[in-house]
Design a protein around this ligand. Structure first.
Ligand SMILES: Cc1ncc(COP(=O)(O)O)c(C=O)c1O
Length: 476
């Protein structure tokens, strides 16, 4: 965007808490979001000022209190510049920052908000559960209910263990795979992120990719010595690893569709090949479906692609916005987990009644007919629209979607792995990102993260986003 004044579509609303700054126009630089003030036309008659003043103050205070001002690195906007917006509230497909600015949200709390933020039924169910307390630390019926739903939905899961995050799920599943096979080595793929446990912080995606961290200090060599890596979609490298480390590989873990290096899909033969080679070598195939579970289809990527792994990790959506992770798989493997078996893993808040409630009601909503068709429709409209206006404005851009998960790169593509993804013009992405934010569109603040839509994203939201993209692309 070239000008200082920002005219937003007339439906773009502000909460009454909007900054009362009287400035009608501003000479603030537009190159950085901090201290941005601009004239915004809320409707044909009224003008008000878009400001990020409160966000900036809050974030400056946060930096003194928490490392980098955040509790998870990608939120800090390091790769797109400027400062993060500080959020006040979310509802449906929209969110509001503490300055009162409204955004169409394509992050969805990094995936969980698939039925839309603050769903009324989920909130009502939470209020009911809360009357009974917030934590039992003992078995409750809600655990059985969510477990049954997960088991009947996800093809590979006959038994499940709930934990509190995707990271925990991936830690647990690794110990289980090693315990079951009696072997120690694992294969992971470059750009795939499986949480922040030591053995996975090798060529990882998400924040590790965004911040360009090779491997984190503090991870002892011994912790990653048994982690072998391969480029995604690379059959030959995986074959070589199995040949070189015969009889030593416990498991192959992957994001069946990558979201943590940007959006990357597996080639048709890749998942089939992994299924075959793991079986032939008495290794386990683990789909990390923390992101794709209940998102690509109700049964996740394994239902979508018709490939059933031995073990699966889940997170995000199954907690409906509260902290939940899970791992599950065949009964004979899961029965190794304590106290049924000897593999130890535990959690004070695991199976928490509030978290179970939010998960149950989120999954119930997803079971309604037409949900995944709707997600596919709005997301296809979104990504095709963005690609069209980007190409028309002369940019090299490629991208795609499955159901309510999407992504695009500033390169002509195709993108099969993290090396291809890194060819994207990240400087251009940063400028695009800031332009979109100023237009009231909140995307993930990194080129190497997938985007998400929800059942609450309307065709109007999508059209407004495409219109905004068209405007921003022209001025990149
Ligand atoms: C595929 C995948 N696995 C694991 C994780 C870690 O989950 P959490 O952030 O809940 O610890 C993530 C987080 O984004 C993820 O996308």
């Amino acid at each position: 965007m070239a000008g200082i004044g920002l005219t937003l579509p007339s439906k773009f609303t502000h909460k009454p808490t909007l900054s009362s700054s009287t400035s009608r126009s501003s000479s603030s630089s537009r190159c950085c979001l901090s201290s941005v003030k601009m004239t915004v036309s809320v409707d044909d008659n009224k003008q008000t000022t878009f400001t990020l003043k409160k966000s900036e103050e809050a974030f400056n205070a946060a930096k003194e209190l928490m490392p980098g001002g955040v509790n998870s690195p990608v939120r800090a906007f390091k790769s797109v510049g400027g400062q993060p917006i500080v959020i006040d509230s979310v509802k449906g497909s929209h969110m509001w920052d503490i300055d009162g600015n409204e955004y169409i949200d394509y992050v969805g709390s990094w995936g969980p908000a698939i039925i839309g933020h603050g769903d009324d039924e989920v909130l009502a169910a939470l209020a009911e559960t809360m009357k009974k307390g917030t934590s039992f630390g003992a078995p409750c019926l809600l655990e059985n209910e969510l477990a049954k739903m997960v088991i009947s939905a996800v093809p590979s899961i006959e038994m499940v263990r709930f934990v509190n995050s995707g990271t925990e799920a991936c830690m647990g599943v690794l110990r289980l795979a090693r315990a079951f096979t009696g072997k120690t080595k694992i294969i992971k793929f470059e750009g795939c992120y499986h949480g922040h446990a030591d053995p996975y912080l090798v060529k990882a995606g998400s924040g590790v990719a965004t911040l360009g961290l090779p491997d984190s200090p503090g991870v002892p060599k011994s912790a990653t010595a048994d982690t072998l890596t391969s480029p995604y979609n690379d059959i030959t490298t995986v074959e070589n690893l199995f040949n070189t480390h015969k009889g030593e590989i416990a498991a192959v873990i992957l994001e069946p569709v990558v979201g943590n290096a940007g959006f990357i899909t597996p080639t048709p033969e890749f998942l089939k090949f992994l299924k075959k080679i793991t079986k032939e070598n008495d290794a386990l195939l683990i789909f990390d479906e923390v992101m794709t579970g209940f998102r690509l289809a109700y049964g996740g990527a394994q239902e979508y692609y018709g490939i059933t792994p031995d073990l699966t990790t889940l997170g995000k959506i199954i907690g409906g916005g509260l902290p939940v992770g899970a791992y599950g798989g065949r009964r004979e493997i899961m029965e190794m987990v304590a106290p049924a078996g000897p593999m130890y893993q535990a959690g004070t808040l695991s199976g928490n009644p509030l978290a179970m409630t939010a998960g149950i009601h989120t999954l119930k909503r997803l079971q309604e007919p037409g949900t995944y068709e709707y997600l596919d429709k709005v997301t296809s409209q979104l990504i095709n629209g963005i690609l069209d206006v980007g190409k028309s404005a002369g940019h090299e851009i490629c991208g795609g979607h499955i159901s309510g998960m999407f992504g695009f790169f500033f390169t002509s593509g195709p993108v099969f792995n993290f090396e291809d993804a890194k060819k994207s013009d990240t400087g251009k992405f940063a400028r695009f990102y800031r332009g979109m934010l100023e237009e009231g569109v909140y995307l993930a603040p990194s080129q190497f993260e997938a985007g998400f839509t929800s059942l609450k994203h309307t065709h109007e939201d999508i059209q407004r986003t495409i219109d905004a993209a068209e405007k921003v692309f022209k001025n990149l």
